[in-house]
Design a binder for this molecule. Structure first.
Ligand code: 8X3
Length: 252
């Protein structure tokens, strides 16, 4: 794949899975995350294993100014981004809406909605100009229906669906494509952060069921990116076989 792929939140989980998958197909990668050490490790791994070019852009996606400066600093040969994977996202806590921390929810909303929007706003105009591009947002099954303790997180992922649909509408007269990938249970660092570092609680989320991995979701992201140009995968809801909805799971 002779394309430049920009991935946010690329240092672990679904983001790192996407980096590995696109690298295995020969794409050039711009990787973003806050953790420079992890990014450096991934760059070294991908360059060695796949012989691809990797450019690191470490910044906090919530920092709009840092994002702008970073993108402006891209060398000429890295500027024509073909695929934007808006993957950075998180949740902190499972508190009731009337009880949770507004400060924590600011972090979740700023990352999952406002940063995704900022990256889109910064990168898509160039794609429109070049008449080439694909925006792949990582939404969630959580965006389809609210579940207990998920109020704000579910709202942010419902927003990702609306932003994806809205962008697809706004780009309908261009060759650009917009995809919303909606994962169900995927075992990454996601639940550890959700439970504020409590590994036992995080492990319980995946108990008795084989969850998906970041690499499984990366397969679907790559699939959406690799179908013919005239074809647009608008959405994909992807979950383990023993999961039916955001809350209905069969555990053995
Ligand atoms: C993450 C999936 O099941 O925790 O987006 O809502 S879930």
């Amino acid at each position: 794949m002779d394309k430049i792929v920009f991935i946010t939140g690329a240092s672990s989980g679904i983001g790192a899975g996407c980096a590995r998958k696109f690298a295995s197909q020969g794409a050039s990668l711009i990787l973003n995350a806050r953790n420079v050490d992890k990014l450096n490790g991934l760059k070294e791994e991908l360059e060695k294993q796949y012989g691809v070019k990797v450019y690191l852009l470490p910044f906090d996606v919530r920092d709009r100014k840092a994002a702008m400066v970073a993108l402006e600093s891209l060398p000429e040969e890295w500027q024509a981004i073909d695929i934007l994977v808006n993957n950075a996202g998180l949740v902190i806590g499972m508190d009731k809406e009337q009880e949770g921390s507004l400060d924590e929810w600011d972090i979740v909303i700023d990352t999952n909605i406002k940063a995704l929007l900022a990256m889109t706003r910064l990168i898509v105009p160039g794609m429109v100009e070049r008449k080439r591009g694909h925006i792949i947002n990582i939404g969630s099954i959580a965006g389809d229906a609210a579940y207990p303790g998920g109020s704000v997180y579910c709202a942010t992922k419902a927003a990702v669906k609306a932003l994806s649909d809205g962008l697809r509408i706004d780009l309908v007269d261009t060759p650009l494509r917009v995809t919303n990938i909606k994962p169900g249970l995927v075992e990454t660092n996601f639940s550890v952060i959700r439970f504020r570092g409590d590994k036992e609680k995080a492990d319980n989320v995946y108990k008795g069921i084989r969850p998906l991995t970041g690499d499984d979701i990366a397969e679907t992201v790559y699939f959406a990116a690799s179908v013919p140009e005239y074809m647009q995968i608008a959405e994909m809801l992807v979950m383990p076989t023993y999961q039916a909805t955001g809350t209905i799971v069969s555990r053995k």
